[in-house]
Design a binder for this molecule. Sequence first.
Ligand code: TRP
Length: 337
Amino acid sequence: MKTILTGIRANSELHLGHYLGVIIPMTRLANKYSKDYNVNIFVPDLHSIVSEIDGDLQKNIVRTIKYYLAAGLEINDNIHIYRQSYIPAHSELCWILNCVATMGEASRMTQYKEKSEGRESCNVGIFDYPVLMAADILLYSAEYVPIGEDQFQHIELTRNLATRFNHKYGEIFTVPVKTADQVKFMGVSDGIRIRDLLNPEKKMSKSTKAENSKIMLDDEPARAAKKIMSATTDSLGKIKFDMFNQPGVSNLLQIEALINDRPLQDVISDWAGETRYGELKKKVGESVSTMLTGFQKKLGEISDDEVFSLFQSGEDYANKVATAKLLEVQRAVGLRD
Ligand code: TRP
């Protein structure tokens, strides 16, 4: 059985960009495919500690899984939920892959460049981040890794490391599919990237100071709708999907389509010929506030125990699969007989 795998860091409360870009697409994929695929959803807690953590990591981890459940994830035996640090094989494979990855390719990763630039010191974990990510994926022979556009480079690196390893040591790893095909599998025309509401050229980010730039998942629904009303648009006066010239309007159309699970093209057609941005904002604001109301209600109904019991069975499964793959790797490189 093939595997679909994804993870999301639990460093803070998540925002609408995470929800629409990762949680929702992954939940829909899981519900659609989990009869025929293994679906691994894990919390990369080792990746969390490379940078600041807002709040309590343990609480954040549990909350992250609750987000999937509140988004409608339907649990069955093929869905595996686990914490990265509870599966020691991730760190061990990371080390072995460190000996396959080059300084050059790791230094070229945009995320590393952005996070290290202009800083006096940058921890080695930030540099090694994508290699650990490759281990996360390759241990489970995952072919599909639904993920935000900003992580595509890391998938390509994973493919390169797997191919190089296989070339040197034999066919041990399944190479995940190309990012272009990941996108097709996810059923989106392009990587999903929800924009900052005030500066729509940039992606929505939790580190942006301005409160009206982002919608957090714990925002009061009415307040979230107000943020949409104050979103930056443009002065072109036409409702069109054009991320380059009209990123603000395009972002609103994208949000509207994703929240209501409608093809972007249909939403674009609905608004074609319309000129009143206020009307569009009102509609999107309502969609966001309705979504948050339902989501927050469900979130409140999920207990910590429910999540811990998912971890228990998921970690049993993950340890079995990952340890077996690690042993193959250890044998291939000569660490085991
Ligand atoms: N880097 C991802 C993020 O930014 C998290 C992550 C870690 C991940 N390892 C992964 C995602 C493996 C998919 C597959 O949230």
